[in-house]
Ligand binder design. Structure first.
Ligand code: ATP
Ligand code: MG
Length: 481
């Protein structure tokens, strides 16, 4: 760089205001006159010194190491005239592979800068919120699961997956039947995801969640001025909005009788008429419905129209209850543990075989959802390692037909309720994120007492230990000791 260029660069730097440049080790090599004035320093006091020795909170070293800029970091500097407010932006000076130093730019101005900064943050937050909303709306109107999310290796689940792949090839309406918690929603999403319609919307509507007086406008839409409070320009209904894609009618068995002929018409004719409008709008919407009660029963009892039933039930998919495919339980448990570890910030590796024995004995009226709930509850009593029957004590009485046990609030500390004491230890550990000292403190015990009891508890939990065997007597006190 010739002398003239260097001079111009220097002038440019100075005109920027409060600027500092460091070398690759974080030592001052340039400080602009304005920065010196603001800080009350002389250049010779700073040159060659580490920035961290002058400002212990500086991010220079972090930026040199990560090579990532940090923008508008608030800085409070005590000066003889009071505390000075400023915002520092740090930029790494990178030349190819080499990091040559750090460029710091400081803005002062106290309240004004703070307000400006707040304004920037507010604007950014608004943009983030808006983007998040758009993303949610995209996610809401798309199918989020596919057959890979349906866990199970039982013949029933394998058959179900095959059926989904077959059904996905066509545009025929599908009726999914299964008890509560069997995964009807997963199946509906999967059918859409695998179909040619996957790029078009997937709209889910829970038929039991829409008030009867709003149903017509929700499903068929309305024209401007159709009723007081109607939106300007009218609004498309669900059938119209899902055109080209799929409309998932969840809990279709709850569809009121008076709405059923209207649905039949849309499905039969392939067109909707908005409320307050005279023209028919063609729609090409695949209807995937789910029922948690057999629709045939409702047809027989006169609660569901037979003609609509036939239109919805062109293809049928029946999901068997979990009690008929218990061999899927171990896989499902593993999957829930992995998912919940992430969500709950835990590190559970597996379950003891005795736990699986216990889970296999249950009938699971709530199906996979109930299993998910039981695993999550047990994980609240653990923090790492392996889930043992003691983590499932609440479930043992439940599984054996007794009342569901909650936590044992204040168990006697004698041998009369040892299991309850162990439960307190586990709860305390869970609540304190596995920190033993904190757990001991929360129980009001000395650390040594806590460690001693914990050691005894871990010894008692070894497989085959009589204390914590799964099969406690129904309604019994589960002490085993
Ligand atoms: N085979 C499966 N693999 C993985 N997760 C499953 C499976 N079946 C169900 N689930 C999970 O169980 C929970 C319940 O499933 P879903 O909501 O699909 O049930 P549902 O049949 O629609 O129940 P309901 O009739 O009560 O609405 C969900 O969290 C779902 O992800
Ligand atoms: Mg459902």
């Amino acid at each position: 760089m010739d002398e003239m260029m260097a001079k111009r660069a220097m002038l440019a730097l100075e005109s920027l205001g409060s600027v500092v440049i460091t070398d690759a080790e974080g030592r001052y090599i340039y400080v602009s006159p304005q920065r010196l004035r603001k800080g009350g320093y002389r250049l010779e006091d700073l040159l060659g010194k580490y920035v961290r020795d002058v400002y212990p909170d500086t991010l220079v070293d972090q930026v040199l190491q990560t090579r990532q800029p940090v923008l508008l970091c608030p800085l409070l500097t005590p000066t003889p005239y009071g505390v000075q407010q400023s915002f520092v932006s740090y930029y790494p000076l990178v030349d190819g592979e080499e990091c040559l130093g750090c460029f710091l730019y400081t803005t002062f101005g106290g309240m004004n800068s703070a307000l400006e900064f707040t304004h920037i943050v507010t604007e950014l937050s608004r943009q983030v919120a808006q983007t998040r909303k758009q993303l949610q709306s995209i996610q809401k109107n798309s199918a989020n699961y596919t057959t890979a999310d349906i866990i199970g290796q039982s013949p029933a689940v394998n058959q179900l997956k095959r059926e989904i792949s077959m059904v996905a090839r066509t545009s025929s309406n599908v009726l999914i039947q299964g008890e509560t918690g069997t995964g009807k929603e997963l199946v509906a999403h999967s059918i859409h995801s695998l179909s040619r319609r996957c790029g078009a919307p997937f709209l889910r509507v829970n038929c039991s969640a829409i008030p009867e007086n709003l149903m017509e406008s929700e499903f068929f839409g309305y024209e401007e001025g159709a009723f007081t409070g109607a939106k300007r320009g009218g609004r498309a209904g669900k059938f119209e909005r899902a055109s080209g894609g799929s409309l998932f009618l969840d809990e279709v068995n709850t569809l009121p009788m008076n709405m059923q002929p209207k649905f039949l018409r849309v499905i039969q004719e392939g067109e909707v008429e908005r409320v307050g409008g005279g023209t028919s709008i063609p729609v090409d919407t695949r209807i995937i419905s789910a029922a948690n009660r057999p629709l045939e029963d409702l047809v027989r009892s006169g609660e569901f129209r037979q003609d609509l039933y036939y239109r919805l039930n062109v293809v049928r998919s029946v999901i068997p209850p979990l009690r008929e495919r218990k061999e899927d339980i171990p896989l499902l448990v593993d999957m829930f543990i992995s998912q919940l570890n992430v969500r709950m910030g835990l590190d559970i590796q597996a379950v003891q075989p005795q736990v699986l024995d216990l889970l296999m004995k249950h009938d699971w009226p709530g199906n996979v959802r109930e299993l998910q709930n039981v695993v999550e509850r047990a994980m609240n009593y653990a923090y790492e390692g392996v889930l043992t029957p003691s983590h499932f004590r609440f479930f043992q009485a439940h599984a054996l037909g007794g009342p569901v046990r909650g936590l044992c609030p204040s168990a006697p500390r004698s041998g009369g309720c040892r299991a309850a004491e162990y439960e307190r230890i586990q709860n305390a550990l869970a609540l304190c994120g596995g920190n033993k000292s904190a757990a001991a403190k929360s129980l009001g015990w000395a650390r040594s007492t806590f460690y001693e009891k914990l050691k005894k508890m871990q010894a008692a939990e070894l497989p085959g230990s009589p204390q914590l065997r799964p099969a406690a007597p129904p309604g019994g006190n589960h002490t085993g000791g």
